[in-house]
Design a protein. Sequence first.
Length: 204
Amino acid sequence: MFTHVTAIEPDQDMARLLPKNGRLTKRIERAEDAVIAEASADVVVCGSAFHWMNAKVVSRLVRTWLKLNGFFFVFGIPSTPDSVHIVPDRAHDPIREETPKWEAYKSEPVMNWIPYLERLKNTEEFEVVEGWQGEIVVRWTPLEMAGYFVSLSFAGIYARSQSETRDYLGMLRERIAHAVGTERIEARITLEGAIAHNRSLQGD
């Protein structure tokens, strides 16, 4: 258990979703602009955001923030077609029908996905970078499944371009519910990432 956590989040609305906790400090800023005391962190974690960052700049900063034996952990859901497996398969039909509409709203980091392991290694800021993989299994209601997909950056932008996001979300929920009836939805979500060990700063 950590005695203190500093959460760095550039989006004010996202930061509001963070729970209140006496050990948590929220900072509304980009990681590239953050000023953290040198050798003060046991671990730095970046969840589902490393592809949006300047990896070289952030990794160089993280290297200074970490204690000698600290590590940097980046992870997320890869932007690949097989990253989310849904049962029953017919629950995915409304998503497949909508996906072509989202394509034009995908940004470069999403279109040209670089795995986090490769992205972190390419910074050359750490002596040791190891790959990591995980999987989570969740049971969704139609609304939760619709919410997951609309939360993707490109789908969310498309939704806002068409109408109110809640209207698009409601439409998608209804189509998923119609596809599955009363059957529960199970999703297996692949996670990928990397763990980097801090290199000695002596002689830099």
